[in-house]
Every structure is written in structure tokens, then in C-alpha cells.
Design a protein around this ligand. Structure first.
Ligand code: SOE
Length: 407
């Protein structure tokens, strides 16, 4: 059998997302027999040599390096994965794009809309060593939970009719203790925003994925309950200048109303990511805590039988990705969403077909994040300034103009 082309990956970062991505690179060829590449974990990149080498051993990376730039000139590196804190996404992605590497970047894409737009402009112009367009992706992994992907298909096929309401919550409680030490996620310089960019980013992406709608206007409310936290090194305190929680309302592009809540201080909620879509013919609910199930209500059921039913989306013949792991009904978990995401990216890379979410989706996401944060600061409704619509037809020119990039 013809051997598959090899795809060598360089991953920057080896913490939580670095582990989730490493697992995906390790598993994708094992569970997706038709994966078009043989994926190699080539170089793991990080600053602290000891922990870096430990992570490389644990996850089977062939080499380690302390700086992405020293490997970007290598022709044997094809894909760069940016799994680092938010403030390095822009610089690392642009360096990799300019070196002709495909880029997968963690969410949120950047610290600001301007950064995200610049990344997309560079991507639109970048070419690989053999002259092909580089490809980009943003690790919004929840789209590829089989039940979430099933919901998107059902909505696209009109099963709930016209969307009227979207209701998303993403609740965690790991910052409930005011004595909890500050991490990079608590200073705007490192993360852009708090629960908002971390968790509402997922809800915004999931909404765009499930409904195909865009956000027109938003109204936000934010709160930082613990304004100072002990420094992680135990020396002094850090001023927290980002939200512990940010809630926002949205007017959607079809007139639907939407509400979103992201918080890290919802006592008892560990990673409670739930979205409900109400339409004119029915409703769908996806809840990460029961990630393989969908709740579905349809007015088309006979009246005596109407009610929310639970669909177990683990039937290989009916639900995306479900057939790649185990026999029907054997449920999968959080880590599988990253493997599914990677598989789809590699299929798109080989076929040249679109992959979503790409950097243009990351821009659209950032525009909503920034508008709702601006609204929370100004206590007024803010229109979302869209450049996404230009990303496809007028290409980089429009994004360039809107991002104020002259060259
Ligand atoms: C931390 O809040 C976090 O790891 C997010 O950054 C991830 O995107 C989410 O999937 C789990 O929680």
C-alpha cells in the first residue's frame, strides 16, 4: 500500500492544551485509518528545559527546542501548532506563516481584533515551500463533539426551523477562592480578557457554527470580584485587571436574540458549557457535561408525544466521528474532540477544501469579544464591526484596510 505523505509538527507549549494537542497528534492515525498524512510529533518547543524534556518524553516528541524561530527555516517542519498563552499567539503565528508553515492556533486567536486581522492578512498571502497556500485553523474543539456536529447538521437541515433564541453559558469555579494565586489568565497584557476571552470565545464560535448567524450588536456586563491575588511566586500581590465574569446580550443577523454568560466563580460548576437554540419548529440543547447527548424538541411530533427527547449521538452510521472509535454507544470524551478537529484539518489540508474555524473565523470571534468587552466598559450597546465578510471575497485587501495595515 502506498505510504502516506509525512506531516511533521512543531508544537509550542506543553501545558494543558499542549497535552490535549499532543494526544491528538498521537491518536489521529490510530483512529482515522483514512487520515491523509502520517503525522509525526517532530519538535516540542518551550522555555524551561527540564519540564520541556519531560513533556517530550511523555508525549513522544522527537526533539525539543527553546525558540520557535530556530526551527522555522527547516523544510522538514510542515505545521506549527501554537498552544501557548494568548499574548504570544500573534507573533508566533505570523512568524510561522511567513516561514510558509500551516498554523493551528489555540483560542482566542489573539489579544485584539487588530492582531487577529493582521494574522489573517498574513495568512492570506503566505505560501508553503512548494508554493501552495498555507492553511490555518483555530482549536475550537467543541465543534467536533459528535453531538455538537449533529446539532449543526440538524439546524442546517431545518429541523428546528428559523432560529429565534440562543442561550449559552460557560461556567467554571476555579477562581472562587480569593486567595487563589494569580496566573497569566488574570492580567490583560497576557490574556486580553478573563473568563470572556477564555470561555465566551467558545460560546461565540459554537453559536456561529450551529446557527450560521453573525452577531450584529451586543450589550455587556462584567465583574471582577477579586481584584488582587497572591503572586504565583508567593512574593506580593497582583492586580487582576480582567473579568471574573462577563455576560452579554446579542442581536443576531436574522433578528434572533441571544444571551451568553462566562464565569470562573460559579460555585460547583467545573466546566459547564451548555448551549440552547430555540427555533420556530423546535429546540436543541448541547451540554458538554453530557457531551455525547443532544436534547431535541420538535413541534412536529404528535402533541401527546411532544417533549424534549435525549438523542445519544454515538451511532457510527449517523453521527460524525462516532464510528471512528468504538462500537455504537461506547461514549467518547473531551480529548477525542481534539483528535476529530485535527483529522478534519488534515483532510482539508490534503483536499484543499475549506476548514472551519480558520483564522477568518478567529477574526469574527475576536470582533464579538472586543465589541462586548467595549460595551461592558461603556455600559452601552455596541455594534460589531465585521471584517469577516471581506475575508472571503475581497480577500486580504479589505482586511488589510480595516486592520490599518499599509504595506
Ligand atoms: C480554562 O478555562 C480552559 O482550559 C479553557 O481555556 C479551555 O478552552 C476549555 O476547553 C477548558 O477550560
Amino acid at each position: 500500500m502506498a505510504s502516506k505523505p509525512i506531516l511533521n509538527v512543531a508544537l509550542v507549549g506543553y501545558a494543558f492544551m499542549g497535552r490535549a494537542h499532543s494526544n491528538a497528534y498521537q491518536q489521529v492515525n490510530r483512529f482515522f485509518a483514512d487520515c491523509p498524512f502520517e503525522v509525526r510529533r517532530k519538535v516540542l518547543i518551550g522555555r524551561s528545559q527540564g519540564p520541556l524534556e519531560e513533556a517530550a518524553r511523555t508525549w513522544g516528541w522527537e526533539e525539543t527546542a527553546n525558540d520557535l524561530n530556530i526551527i522555522l527555516g527547516r523544510e522538514d517542519i510542515h505545521l506549527v501548532d501554537v498552544g501557548t498563552p494568548n499574548d504570544s499567539h500573534h507573533d508566533l503565528s505570523i512568524a510561522a506563516l511567513k516561514a510558509g508553515k500551516h498554523v493551528l492556533c489555540e483560542k482566542p486567536l489573539a489579544l485584539t481584533t487588530a492582531q487577529a486581522r493582521e494574522m489573517t492578512v498574513v495568512a492570506a498571502k503566505a505560501k508553503t515551500a512548494d508554493g501552495k497556500p498555507v492553511r490555518t485553523g483555530v482549536w475550537h474543539n467543541y465543534r467536533r463533539a459528535p453531538a455538537a456536529a449533529t446539532a449543526a447538521g440538524m439546524i442546517r437541515d431545518g429541523k428546528i426551523g428559523e432560529v429565534r433564541h440562543v442561550r449559552g453559558v460557560y461556567l467554571q469555579d476555579w477562581l472562587s477562592d480569593p486567595k487563589g494565586p494569580a496566573t497569566w489568565r488574570m492580567t490583560a497584557k497576557a490574556c486580553g480578557s478573563g473568563a470572556h476571552g477564555d470561555l465566551n470565545a467558545h460560546l461565540i464560535d459554537m453559536t456561529r457554527f450551529l446557527t450560521g448567524l453573525e452577531f450584529d450588536e451586543v450589550s455587556g456586563l462584567q465583574q471582577t470580584f477579586t481584584k488582587k491575588r497572591p503572586a504565583a511566586n508567593g512574593k506580593g500581590t497582583i492586580t487582576v485587571d480582567v473579568d471574573d465574569a462577563l455576560l452579554f446580550l446579542a442581536k443576531m443577523s436574522n433578528g434572533a436574540t441571544a444571551s451568553f454568560e462566562a464565569t470562573r466563580v460559579a460555585a460547583g460548576r467545573k466546566n459547564y458549557n451548555r448551549i440552547e437554540i430555540n427555533g420556530t419548529k423546535g429546540s436543541l440543547v448541547w451540554n458538554f457535561e453530557r457531551m455525547n447527548e443532544l436534547e431535541f424538541f420538535s413541534f412536529e411530533d404528535e402533541p401527546r408525544a411532544q417533549g424534549f427527547r435525549t438523542i445519544m449521538c454515538m451511532n457510527g452510521g449517523a453521527h460524525p466521528y462516532a464510528g471512528n472509535y468504538w462500537p455504537d454507544g461506547h461514549i467518547i470524551g473531551y480529548e477525542h474532540t481534539f483528535t476529530n478537529h485535527l483529522y478534519d484539518f488534515l483532510v482539508a489540508l490534503k483536499s484543499g477544501k475549506p476548514f472551519r474555524p480558520d483564522f477568518a473565523d478567529g477574526v469574527a470571534n475576536q470582533e464579538v469579544l472586543d465589541a462586548s468587552l467595549e460595551s461592558a466598559k461603556s455600559s452601552r450597546w455596541v455594534k460589531v464591526e465585521h471584517s469577516q465578510k471581506f475575508a472571503k471575497d475581497a480577500g486580504a485587501r479589505a482586511l488589510k484596510k480595516s486592520a490599518g495595515i499599509s504595506h
